[in-house]
Design a protein around this ligand. Sequence first.
Ligand code: UDX
Length: 440
Amino acid sequence: MKVTVVGTGYVGLVSGTCLADVGNDVLCLDLDTDKIRILNEGGIPIYEPGLEAMVRKNEAAGRLRFTTDIEAAVAHGQIQFIAVGTPPDEDGSADLQYVVAAARNIGRYMKDYKVVVDKSTVPVGTADKVRAAIAEELKARSAGIPFSVVSNPEFLKEGAAVDDFMKPDRIVVGAEDAKAIELMRQLYAPFQRNHERLIMMDVKSAELTKYAANAMLATRISFMNELANLAEKLGADIELVRQGIGSDPRIGYHFLYPGCGYGGSCFPKDVQALIRTASEAGQGLKVLQAVEEANEAQKHVLTQKIVKRFGTDLSGMTFALWGLAFKPNTDDMREAPSLVLIEELLKRGARVRAYDPVAIHEAKRILGEDKRIVFAQSPIDALVGADTLAISTEWKEFRSPDWDAIKAALKHPVVFDGRNLYDPQHPRKAGLEYFAIGRK
Ligand code: UDX
């Protein structure tokens, strides 16, 4: 099938590449000439395991191309995915200007029937806006060309996005006319594994499903974080509590890990956007409001532990920091708890010596030139000249460290673990003080 993907950001690039990989003829459009140049010159604008090789393979097979030519992109696909960014507005609602602009372009240049698929995470009711924008453009041209608008939210986890797309748990499609339903079934047929993955529904339910999923997951995390803080006060161990409750199949073990807060491009933004949508609809979402507040507070939990141990004035101290990305296997630092920790440490006069396996270039971009922050070459290098160690991302390579080497390197042998990576006995046996989240 001929497919156009508008927006070669994270979601668009992964979706376009995976759709090409199953044999579709895919043209990806982006207005950012730098991004398209990088892709056309054999590079990749984001880090995602497995993606680069897949891009090159499908380019070589002639099934995947990149362009900045809007007219050519609209002409190409019968199916037009909109996968552009929806950054939060000041008031927390999703900014739809790029989505609407993409819809307008389709309406402006389309010459035959199109299925326009909202892939970006967009508030309930956006499909109506997309439909109206296309209709308006067609009317301006006095063109009566038929089209359908479909909602097909993504459930891609950064770091596992290619796998999530190729082997989905579910494919949610909101479509309301027979032609669009048939084309979407055909498009997703290669991704159906041994049982039905496609869940067909109306457009608004599909739009809400995406937010409901992320809000539910964020709720679990914030609830666990608050329980962890409580466990600490009561002298209980959240890791044991986690196992105790996770064994109930109604609760389950996934997404039950307490830590120094959730981040990323989705949870914080989607939680805010759903709160906003609910308030506009006159429906309070008290639980979700609390989820967001709890997460903001949780991002300060490591700082609080540090201040309790070393006092508010940290001048003269250097903190080794392991992990900058908001989670492992990505270089994404959007809303990362590490940013809050760095800011708090610098504010109190400390210096930071940070290491991350892939996010250092991103950290440099976000944090800029700052003499108080040094980027290290390895976890051990981060400890050189440092007083203590803090950990804010659970990268695999941090999981079994040489505690004796850490003890020897640190001036104050204290570890603040924001992701509960270790059995507390191990650092303690090596003579380190160890602080984690909700542990004895
Ligand atoms: C999420 C959703 O999982 C995905 O389905 C959706 O399409 C986009 O948003 P992503 O943002 O890539 O994906 O990250 P995810 O792996 O879900 O983690 C989000 C945050 O929650 C991370 O900061 C992570 O560290 C934190 N987290 C996750 C916890 O603190 N505890 C957990 O138990 C799980």
